[in-house]
Design a protein around this ligand. Structure first.
Ligand SMILES: Cc1ncc(COP(=O)(O)O)c(C=O)c1O
Length: 397
C-alpha cells in the first residue's frame, strides 16, 4: 500500500513544487468529515477552499454524477446538449441577469468578464482600456485576473501584466471615485474579499462604486467566485450591499466539487459578444452542468439549516473574541464565510487545529478563515469552535 511518506516523496520528486502542503493525505470523505489514510477523521471547515459546498460524498450528488457518467460526459460546445440551457435558466432566474456563459474555474470566469467588458466598449465604437479593482481583492492567477489582483506578491514575478489595470490601496471612497474615469471599461469588485482576509465591502465604498459606475458609465463586474452561490446566505452578495453588477463571475461552490465556472451577464453586454469571440472546450459540459443543477436542487433544502449554522458560527466566534480579547481582535463575514483577526501566528493556530482534527485556513499571518460546507449543523459549529479555542490555547501557552 502507498503510504503518506511514499506520496510525499514521489510528489517532491515529480510534481511542480508550487504548493506548500500540510502533511496529511486525505483518502475519503463523508458529510462534513475528511478521513486520512489511517482512517482518522477531520472536521472540514474549509471545504476545499469553499468548493465542496454539499460536503463530501453527498448521496444525491453521488447518484447524479454516477448517472451522468454512465449517460454522457462531454460533447464540446460544437453541439447542443440538454443541460446548459436549463442551468442558464436557473442561474439567470436566481440572479436577475439575462444570460450565462460557462467555463471551468474562477480565474477563467474573471478572464471572460474582462474580455466581455472590453468587447462591450469596442462595440460602442469607443474602446475603453482601464480596469479598476479594490484593495485586498483576489481574482485568480491567469494574466488578466492577476492584473486586477491587489497583492503584489502574486503579480510581481509575472509582470508586465495588463498595463491599464489598477488596484486601489485603501477602501477610501474618494480614492475609488478618483481612479475611475471616462476610459474605465469596468470596476471589478469582490463583495466579500475572501483571500484578502474576509473583508466585506463597507457601505460607503459600495455606494461610491455605484456612483462611479453611474457617473462614468463603467461596467460593474462582481467577482462572486467565493462570496456567491449562497455562501453569504443569498445567491449573490452584491445586491445585499446595493450593487447591481453587469457581469458576475461564479465558480467554487457552484460545482460542489466538480470544476464549474460561470459568467452571468446583462443583455446589453451579452448582445455585444459574437460567435467566436470567446470559448472553451470543456466549459458547460454535461458533468459540470449536472453537478451545478444538483447543487442548486440540494441547496434549496438547506437554507434553514444554513441560517441556523451561520447564526451559531458568528455567536460562537464573538464569544471567543469576548473570552480572548487580546488574541481575537475582530470577527468578520456573512452566512458561511467567516474570518477572524488574531494577534498570534495564524499558521500556528491552523496547525494546532489540524493536529486536533479540525481543518481551517489562514489568509495571512493574522487572519483565520472558515468556509464550512452548507450541510454544516450548529452542533458541528460548536465542535469546531471548541477545537479552535483549544488550538489557540495551545499556541498562546
Ligand atoms: C474571489 C475569487 N476570484 C477568483 C478566484 C480564482 O478561482 P480559481 O482558483 O477557481 O481559478 C478565487 C480563488 O480563490 C477567488 O476567491
Amino acid at each position: 500500500m502507498t503510504t503518506a511518506l511514499d506520496v510525499r516523496a514521489l510528489e517532491a520528486q515529480r510534481l511542480l513544487q508550487n504548493y506548500r502542503r500540510f502533511p496529511v493525505v486525505f483518502t475519503r470523505g463523508e458529510g462534513i468529515r475528511l478521513f486520512d489514510e489511517d482512517g482518522r477523521p477531520y472536521l472540514d471547515f474549509l471545504s476545499g477552499i469553499g468548493v465542496a459546498s454539499l460536503g463530501h460524498a453527498h448521496p444525491v450528488l453521488t447518484r447524479a454524477l454516477t448517472d451522468q457518467a454512465a449517460t454522457l460526459l462531454h460533447t464540446s460546445n460544437l453541439y447542443y446538449h440538454p443541460l446548459q440551457a436549463e442551468l442558464a435558466q436557473r442561474l439567470t432566474t436566481l440572479s436577475g441577469l439575462d444570460r450565462a456563459f460557462f467555463c471551468n474555474s474562477g480565474t477563467e470566469a474573471i478572464e471572460a468578464c474582462l474580455k466581455f467588458a472590453r468587447r462591450y466598449w469596442y462595440t460602442q465604437g469607443q474602446p475603453r482600456s482601464k480596469f479598476v479593482a479594490l484593495w485586498h481583492g483576489f481574482h485568480g492567477r491567469t494574466m488578466g485576473a492577476l492584473s486586477v489582483t491587489w497583492d503584489a506578491h502574486y503579480r510581481t514575478p509575472f509582470e508586465p501584466l495588463v498595463p491599464t489595470a489598477t488596484t486601489l490601496d485603501s477602501d477610501d471612497p474618494e480614492a475609488l471615485l478618483a481612479a475611475v474615469d471616462a476610459d474605465t471599461a469596468a470596476i471589478v469588485v469582490e463583495p466579500v474579499r475572501g483571500e484578502g482576509g474576509v473583508r466585506p465591502v463597507p457601505a460607503p465604498l459600495a455606494s461610491a462604486i455605484a456612483d462611479a459606475c453611474r457617473r462614468s458609465g463603467a461596467l460593474l463586474i462582481a467577482d462572486e467566485v467565493q462570496s456567491g452561490s449562497w455562501r453569504t446566505g443569498t445567491f449573490l452578495h452584491a445586491p445585499s450591499i446595493g450593487l447591481e453588477p453587469d457581469l458576475v463571475a461564479l465558480a467554487k461552490a457552484l460545482g460542489a466539487g466538480v470544476p464549474v465556472g460561470a459568467v452571468l451577464l446583462r443583455e446589453r453586454v451579452a448582445s455585444t459578444v459574437a460567435a467566436g469571440d470567446h470559448g472553451t472546450t470543456y466549459g458547460g459540459n454535461l458533468l459540470a452542468c449536472r453537478a451545478a443543477l444538483t447543487f442548486l436542487d440540494v441547496v434549496d433544502t438547506l437554507h434553514d439549516r444554513m441560517r441556523a449554522a451561520s447564526a451559531r458560527l458568528f455567536e460562537r466566534l464573538r464569544a471567543l473574541q469576548a473570552a480572548r480579547p487580546d488574541i481575537v481582535t475582530d470577527v468578520r463575514g456573512a452566512g458561511l464565510i467567516a474570518g477572524f483577526e488574531v494577534t498570534v501566528d495564524a499558521l500556528a493556530v491552523v496547525n494546532a487545529a489540524l493536529e486536533r482534527g479540525l481543518i481551517v485556513n489562514r489568509t495571512s499571518n493574522t487572519v483565520l478563515r472558515l468556509l464550512p460546507p452548507y450541510i454544516v449543523t450548529p452542533a458541528d459549529v460548536d465542535d469546531a469552535v471548541d477545537i479552535l479555542d483549544q488550538a489557540i490555547g495551545a499556541v498562546v501557552s
